[in-house]
Design a protein around this ligand. Sequence first.
Ligand code: ASP
Length: 316
Amino acid sequence: MKKFSMVIHGGAGTILKSDMTPELEKAYQVGLEEALNAGYGILEAGGDAMSAVTAAVVKLEDNLLFNAGRGAVFTKKGLQEMDAAVMDGTNLAAGAICGVRNVRNPIELARQVMLHSNHVFLSGKGANDFAIKQGVKLEPDEYFFSQFRYDQWKEIRDSDNYSLDHTHQGIQELMKDKKFGTVGAVACDSKGNLAAGTSTGGMTNKKFGRIGDSPIVGAGTYADNETCAISCTGHGELFIRAVAAYDVSARMKYKKLPLAEAMREVVMDKLVKMEGEGGMIGVDAQGNVAMLFNSAGMYRAMRSSTGEIEIGIYRE
Ligand code: ASP
């Protein structure tokens, strides 16, 4: 049997030990562990990479601590609008949704788009209509509410400083206050098949229907059995412009770089030069794993069938 690996993230940003209580740190670790085990358990039982990715992301979406599904951030209008994408490395099939409301597990809806529509990317009301048609689980607004995200939003809702005007100051402040967050997973199964998935509430106080990189194939999410599976987190506008996830794949394919080196070039060089703060997780078809970020921290965890296991939050 080939080596199989599961990797997840719960968002990158200015995550500092000094801002964390031991209880909160523990809660994040438990949340990461649960999601990692959900995905890894499927791989261990001989399941496929796409099922493992979906199961791990569902766990993170259901956890109030992470900005995806339950616990998603608030928009300028005080709503929760979510984005997600999945990609299957075996055939480059993909499904994505953006600006959806009341969908319990946006990653599941993205998977439904991949499997049961003739399309790749659905938005807003249309995506919600498709969710109803497919019988995807919906929840009332209260389900998604978290006091923590509400308080974050209340602080800035009347201010335009924090809207996405891309000013350096605005972004620095956003990062400082940890207004970013996203969850994602990538997996290599025992057949060497790859899959990637990313799910997010986007950015606190976002407006004008703003969408980040997470649901955009090639920007925040990408998988190709020939190269790698990638899920990104960070300042979405920069990740879109960098075509970050696909660029890792392209560097592997055309420059013949190994996964970790291709990711290093994109995260630590290209994105840093563009002031694109954040990180990504990746896996290749041999089960090699990398978790890289240029921010202060990234919630992350990995486990391989060869016995490697790691759960991290801060820069070591
Ligand atoms: N990349 C996401 C976005 O821009 C946010 C994040 O990863 O924290 O919507």
